[in-house]
Design a protein around this ligand. Structure first.
Ligand code: NAD
Length: 501
């Protein structure tokens, strides 16, 4: 494995072998906390590489689909054990490649472990239905069937968890995989794929092509031999992927942006709500699809909440995530940092009150990374751009609200619908919020982040296109239902016609 002292050249993984790109092109990947550190050199793949990977996956599918699901699952169990053994090493490599603090990268690897065990368990379930036929001497049942080669395009913020959310359900269901990870985080995918091979996955069942979106992602999404495309990333790119999938009616799952909210009611445990807003807003430097970038606070506790929240945000220690004393790492890259800085200017221009932060950090140890201060805007109006658009950085907008109904209106008044939370001790309000928040995930007295692998994950509106990841919902996406009728009457029996007798 690569270490900080020995950056390595990483290759694509096609048909069981680590191979160069057909074009010979490569790119450098650097640590966002210290751009002097080269994490590795990775393949800049093009359509020829994608085609080779899809060919390998197509060939491997012929036999993988026939391997009994419990046997496929045994490989996943072994992979989960191996991931557990390598957890520390993979976590620190992930911090080096994308910046979030070690406690969080350990959580990311753990999520991959959890998902791998969970989907391995599905190998002995994958249940269908048996049901009486309406006709005598006839049997009816349904079973899941695999589909084929699954193209997977993933973002950088959960570099091992998200590929595992897609790969494990696809594999246990009997599909084969071509993964195109985010260009900023190919190393974690490399580790995941290597572990699967060590666990005994046959050649060609999983293939990895690194590279950028237009050159490596687009040829994968549009490939005629890839009937399933699973994408997680921005809404803008998700729309492009959907358009590429539409002509061939591909199965297409899109998990996209968010503008999540924490609602703090007047009866909330304020200290708990502040804890949640700090973790939800600044965990992963605000670069989570479920980040709490908005906090709607009842006007009667607004002043108290804001003063406690700002005091806590000021105390957050920003720096290299490998240092155990650090609370918040850098932004992923220069472009993302610039986006954050531009939204700070937009917020100021819109008349929101900058309560803390607002600046890039450049002095001393910060000089070589993409660091930004934890930033809080107060007196934010719900229709301001900083309260409507996904910033994907350490910027939280606090919005005063008049009452519960107003809070729900603000919560639902954005184009996205991933995660929402309410802090209240009133059980009636908690249940009303669970009913009325139009998001894929709702938390009560907990922040907007904290998904577990055995429950469906995904969002409404411009966050998703109706599918869900994780849990059985993921198996639903990566399989087709086949319904089978077995007539043992030895005569023609017509459904709906002959059952009247
Ligand atoms: P992105 O959309 O820029 O990139 C995502 C992936 O798409 C990358 O692998 C990229 O290379 C690829 N890509 C880019 N252009 C492409 C094209 N034209 N054709 C094919 N592939 C292309 O997103 P990002 O910056 O990596 O991630 C941040 C975004 O991801 C945020 O919007 C965040 O909310 C979202 N996200 C959503 C979830 C979720 O489950 N809803 C989870 C994590 C992240």
């Amino acid at each position: 494995m690569a270490t900080a002292a020995s950056p390595r050249v990483f290759k694509n993984f096609i048909n069981g072998e680590w191979v160069e790109s057909r074009s010979g092109k490569a790119y450098e990947n650097r640590n966002p906390a210290n751009t002097d550190e080269l994490v590795g050199i990775f393949v800049a793949s093009g359509s020829e590489d994608v085609n080779a990977a899809v060919d390998a996956a197509t060939e491997a599918y012929k036999s993988w689909r026939l391997v009994p699901a419990p046997k496929r699952a045994e490989i996943l169990y072994r992979a989960a054990e191996l991931l557990l053994q390598h957890k520390e090493e993979f976590s620190s490599d992930m911090t080096r490649e994308m910046g979030k603090v070690l406690a969080e990268t350990r959580g990311d690897v753990q999520e991959a472990i959890d998902m791998t065990y969970y989907m391995a368990g599905e190998g002995r379930r994958l249940f269908g239905q048996t049901t009486p036929s309406e006709l005598p001497n006839k049997f009816a049942m349904s079973a899941r069937q695999s589909i084929g080669v699954c193209g997977m395009i993933t973002p950088w913020n959960f570099p091992m968890a998200i590929p595992s959310w897609k790969m494990m359900p696809a594999l246990v269901s009997g599909n084969t995989v071509v993964l195109k990870p985010a260009e900023d985080t190919p190393l974690s995918s490399y580790h995941l794929v290597q572990i699967l091979m060590e666990a005994g996955l046959p050649n060609g069942v999983v293939n990895l092509v690194s590279g950028d979106g237009p050159n490596a992602g687009a040829p994968l999404a549009g490939h005629k031999d890839v009937p399933v495309v699973s994408f997680t990333g921005s809404t803008a790119v998700g729309r492009i992927i959907a358009e590429m999938c539409a002509p061939d009616f591909k199965h297409c799952s899109l998990e996209m942006g968010g503008k999540n909210i924490i609602i703090v009611m007047d009866d909330a445990n304020l200290e708990l709500a502040v804890d949640g807003a700090i973790w939800g807003g600044f965990g992963t430097t605000g670069q989570r699809c479920t980040a709490a970038s908005r906090v709607a606070v009842h006007k009667s506790v607004y002043g108290e909440f804001v003063s406690r929240f700002v005091a806590r945000a000021k105390k957050l220690r920003v720096g290299d995530g490998l240092d155990a004393t650090i609370d918040m790492g850098p932004c992923i890259n220069e472009q993302q940092l610039k986006t954050v800085m531009s939204y700070v200017e937009i917020g100021k221009a819109e008349g929101a009150k900058l309560l803390t932060g607002g600046n890039r950090l450049t002095s001393g140890a910060y000089a070589k990374g993409w660091f930004h201060e934890p930033t809080v805007f107060g007196d934010v109006a719900a229709n301001m751009r900083i309260a409507q658009e996904e910033i994907f950085g350490p910027v939280v907008s606090v919005i005063p609200v008049d009452n519960f109904e107003h809070a729900i209106e603000v919560a639902n008044g954005v184009p996205y619908g991933l995660s929402a939370s309410i802090y209240t001790r009133n059980v009636n309000l908690a249940f009303a919020a669970m009913r009325d928040l139009y998001t894929g995930i709702v938390y009560v007295n907990a922040p907007t982040i904290g998904a577990e692998t055995h429950l469906p994950f995904g969002g409404t509106k411009q966050t998703g296109n109706g599918h869900r990841e994780a849990a059985i919902a993921a198996i639903d996406f990566f399989t087709e239902w086949k319904t089978m009728y077995i007539d043992y009457s030895d005569k023609l029996q017509r459904a709906q016609i002959d059952n009247a007798e």
